[in-house]
Design a protein around this ligand. Structure first.
Ligand SMILES: O=C(O)CCC(=O)C(=O)O
Length: 274
């Protein structure tokens, strides 16, 4: 098992890292069942955002999962908020329709085309898991390794075609891949005859706007609990960052990662345990 520091180094080079077996079968089954329920209640809709507000009890443990959050704070500093939480299912298509196609190359929300090969902290990261093994018929994830540090662009005409520099990732159900938002990636069409479940916890920097609204009563209740526990990490996730002003104007004369670690430690030390 690589250490967190080793993972961070490979993430800086590759633009992603995979944590194995983060979510267990019973958790995934409850998300699949919830998706079926939501879909049945919404005319067969398959894509759901704002799912923290929709099903807070099922979703909050995933959003606050320590394995994921520890790494994300290491990458972005203690400035991590939930941008959006998405539970989706890609319907299956005929193999002949999928032949020679990928779902669509892109970088993720809040990214830009890199102009130098230097590593930069991402504005956002995606923690993606699939609720089934991504064997060939379900459609692997495709990435262009290191493309978060390369000025790669792709013409419209070739965005749905395999890329000469692609790597295919056959993740297991419950594994989580954490991507840099500058990483060029694509899904692969699903030809399994079943739904291809996709679960994305998308985090961004706490001074950006967030895509999910966080204003609903269920989310506000989670926020009230985080405030009562003086849990700044959890408050930030829901759009409230009380330390932002001093920390975003710190003078920047000490190594960022060292400061982030100090601030994250200070946040942990002031949590009021129930
Ligand atoms: O469908 C997939 O495997 C990848 C989805 C995707 O591209 C994304 O989350 O941005």
């Amino acid at each position: 098992m690589p250490t967190l520091d080793e993972r961070f180094e490979s993430y800086k080079t590759d633009g992603f890292t995979i944590f194995e077996e983060v979510f267990d079968e019973s958790q995934m089954q409850s998300w699949r069942e919830k998706h079926q329920e939501l879909s049945a209640a919404n005319n067969g809709q398959t894509w759901f955002g704002n799912t923290l507000e929709l099903v807070p009890k099922l979703m909050w443990p995933a959003v606050t999962h320590p394995t994921i959050l520890d790494f994300v704070e290491k990458v972005m500093g203690p400035f991590v908020q939930l941008d959006n939480l998405t539970l989706a299912a890609f319907p299956s298509i005929k193999p002949e329709e999928a032949e020679g196609k990928v779902s669509g190359w892109h970088r993720d929300r809040w990214a830009h085309v890199p102009y130098t090969d230097a590593y930069h902290r991402p504005n956002a990261i995606n923690a993606i898991s699939y609720l089934q093994d991504l064997v060939a018929a379900f459609g692997p994830l495709r990435v262009i390794v290191g493309s978060h540090r390369k000025p790669i662009t792709i013409e419209d005409a070739t965005r749905a075609k395999p890329h000469p520099d692609e790597t295919l990732i056959y993740m297991k159900a419950g594994d989580v891949v954490i991507t840099h938002n500058g990483l060029v990636h694509s899904g692969t069409p699903n030809t399994s005859g079943q739904l291809r479940y996709f679960f994305s916890i998308y985090y961004n920097l706490s001074w950006l706007k967030h895509t999910d609204h966080h204003t609903g009563p269920h989310t506000q209740k989670l926020l009230a609990a985080a405030k009562a526990a003086n849990n700044h990490q959890h408050m930030r996730l829901l759009g409230v960052d009380e330390q932002l002003q001093p920390r975003c104007n710190s003078g920047f004369l000490r190594a960022d990662e060292e400061r982030w670690e100090e601030w994250a430690t200070a946040d942990r030390a002031t949590i009021i345990e129930p």
